[in-house]
Design a binder for this molecule. Structure first.
Ligand code: CP
Ligand code: NVA
Length: 300
């Protein structure tokens, strides 16, 4: 089933049925089912921000599919020295078969997709991280199943925003607790509602964790927000995922990583059996390989 979309800029660029199919394919590929091969196929990877998981999972994933991934860091491209993004996009599309981009401004990945004559995948922007959501949903399916309920606790950031929409698409019950000044964009809840989810965000983390199968958190200071550090640390004091918060639940824990131990999550929780984070990180590659098969191939 090829995807109707040419690009994957946020999780709801695919339909719920396509998302379900992608997760099925990811699980099958993880289990060793043979996948289509893409020899002579190159994925360009533009990074304005650092990365461990996104870079390594896409690069290794393309190797596993028989293709090649090209790392293009901030200093590697003329883009970093004044060449306009749209010119970069036009040229890139003449060479590569697909592009994955990790950028600051979400509008930039939209512009890239408009001007590049190849599929474009969002590898994280300030607003969204849909590849992470694919891996999150695969991990939840494995650990709990499709009837899971998930509590997002912490910053209303890129990872959380894509997750809330993706969870709604997958029929997963999601609750959200963020500080008042660091909530998600209201459009996120409208998008979730369009898939039948009624998500009422709260500022009380304790009220969302006790009924959850999974508690999901992410860093309080995302890449590019370093100047807001002091202000944000003060606002997030009550939002740490720690033994106290989890005292009345046996919920498992997700974190997209990298984690800042002692800030949004304690070392003890991250090192405990509750943490699904290493499977979650591995699942980046399986989920993205399924996406690459669908976007770069014909879906067969
Ligand atoms: N979760 C995630 O995207 O990790 P990286 O920043 O290491 O790519
Ligand atoms: N919210 C984090 C996610 C890192 C994968 C950030 O944007 O820095």
């Amino acid at each position: 089933m090829p995807l109707a979309t040419d690009d994957f800029l946020d999780i709801d660029d695919v339909t719920p049925a396509e998302l379900d199919h992608l997760l099925d394919r990811a699980a099958a590929m993880k289990a060793g089912e043979s996948a289509p091969r893409f020899p002579d196929t190159t994925l360009g990877m533009i990074f304005e921000k650092p990365s461990t998981r996104t870079r390594i999972s896409f690069e290794t994933g393309m190797t596993r599919l028989g293709g090649h991934a090209m790392f293009l860091g901030p200093e590697d491209l003329q883009l970093g020295h004044g060449e306009p993004l749209r010119d970069t996009a036009r040229v890139l599309g003449r060479y590569v078969d697909g592009t994955m981009a990790r950028l600051f401004d979400h509008a930039d990945v939209v512009e890239l997709a408009e001007h590049a004559d190849c599929p474009v995948i969002n590898g994280l922007t300030d607003e969204a991280h849909p590849c992470q959501t694919l891996a999150d949903l695969l991990t939840i399916r494995e650990a709990v199943g499709e009837d899971a309920s998930v509590a997002w606790v912490g910053d209303g950031n890129n990872v959380g925003q894509s997750f809330v929409v993706g969870a709604a698409m997958a029929g997963i019950d999601v609750a959200v607790a963020t500080p008042a000044d660091y909530g998600m964009d209201s459009a996120v809840f409208e998008r979730a509602a369009s898939f039948g989810a009624d998500v009422e965000p709260t500022t009380d983390p304790e009220s969302v964790v006790d009924d959850a199968d999974i508690v999901y958190t992410d860093v309080w200071i995302s890449m590019g927000q370093e100047d807001e550090r002091a202000e944000k640390l003060a606002a997030f004091d009550e939002f740490q995922v720690n033994a106290d918060l989890l005292a009345d639940t046996d919920a498992r824990v997700l974190h997209c990583l990298p984690a800042h131990r002692g800030e949004e999550i304690t070392d003890a929780v991250l090192e405990s059996d509750r943490a699904l984070v290493w499977d979650q990180a591995e699942n980046r590659m399986h989920a993205q390989n399924a996406l690459l098969v669908e976007l770069l191939g014909d879906g067969t």
